[in-house]
Ligand binder design. Structure first.
Ligand SMILES: Cc1cc2nc3c(=O)[nH]c(=O)nc-3n(C[C@H](O)[C@H](O)[C@H](O)COP(=O)(O)O)c2cc1C
Length: 270
């Protein structure tokens, strides 16, 4: 199964079947989580939380029995590292047959933080439930998906460019460079309110990744959309690996002229 197929068969799951995650599946997740690394070398701590034991719930979820919270320390590139590492775990959970959804807002944050035993300086931007999806989506879930257009994404040429932000990258161009599937894996990534803030300019064999800011996603501690970019970086890198190429992570602004509200984040050579 290709990486693109893995991520295209994923969607956010908010209605669960009400069963516990099997102990051997949880063990697999815990072992996987303990080994996750990111290109920034910034630690991300995970904690698996039994919903009943800690009295945890979320207004957008039903039937979930288990959560995972993820913690980081505030700092340069912390959000990208966080998005990258947490996405690695959630893609793995999907491969194990579990439903997940990034939750960065719709939760009683203080309860989750308390259950996660935050240490000095730690932040817990997001959590996710883990469990088997129910056969049928709840009405609330269906309405939420409609509200944010969750089954749709921007066109390829709106997100990806060739040489500069003036020239859209066609699917054919991407195929010629051997990164069409990697870019599709990015295009279908989850993002806060489905804003899809990633923009990528491909120059030769380097993909430069940028963040297009929307209003209201930055608080005093972190930029939620930069977490989205971390998710995109993970998918881009895995997609390039899956194409049999060797991705090389670089963090050096190439100086390409940027539109307003857009910032450089990182590059991946392929
Ligand atoms: C960083 C981040 C934060 C999110 N926060 C929430 C949230 O608080 N509540 C929620 O229901 N969904 C949340 N989502 C899920 C998005 O709404 C969802 O990924 C998007 O609508 C696309 O749908 P899909 O994941 O089914 O493809 C979040 C996603 C990301 C990446």
């Amino acid at each position: 199964m290709s990486f693109l197929n893995d991520v295209k068969t994923r969607r956010s799951v908010r209605t669960f079947d009400g069963n516990d995650v099997e102990p051997e599946v949880l063990k697999d997740l815990e072992e996987f989580a303990a080994k996750i690394e990111n290109p920034y070398g910034i630690p991300v701590r995970f904690k698996f939380l039994n919903a009943k034991e800690y009295g945890l719930s979320s207004p957008v979820l039903s039937g979930e029995k288990l959560y995972v919270s993820a913690m980081m320390k505030k700092g340069k590139h912390a959000e990208e590292a966080y998005g990258y590492s947490f996405e690695a775990l959630l893609v793995h959970a999907h491969k194990l047959g579990l439903g997940t959804v990034w939750i960065g807002g719709t939760m009683p944050r203080d309860k989750f933080e308390k259950a996660s035993d935050l240490t000095e300086g730690e932040l817990m931007p997001c959590v996710s439930p883990l469990g088997k999806a129910a056969d049928k989506m709840g009405v609330k879930e269906t309405l939420m998906r409609k509200g944010v257009g969750a089954d749709k994404r921007f066109d390829f040429g709106t997100l990806f460019f060739k040489g500069s932000f003036d020239t859209p990258l066609s699917e054919n161009d991407a195929r010629k460079c051997g990164i069409y599937e990697a870019l599709e894996a990015v295009r279908w990534a989850p993002s806060a309110v489905n804003k899809q803030p990633w923009r990528i300019v491909v120059c030769g064999n380097v993909a430069h990744v940028y963040e297009k800011h929307d209003k209201g996603y930055i608080n005093e501690n972190y930029d939620l959309q930069k977490i989205d970019i971390g998710i995109a970086l993970y998918r881009l890198e895995q997609g390039i690996l899956d194409a049999g190429k060797t991705p090389k992570f670089i963090c050096k602004d190439p100086g390409i002229i940027i539109p307003s509200q857009v910032d450089y984040v990182a590059s991946i050579e392929f």
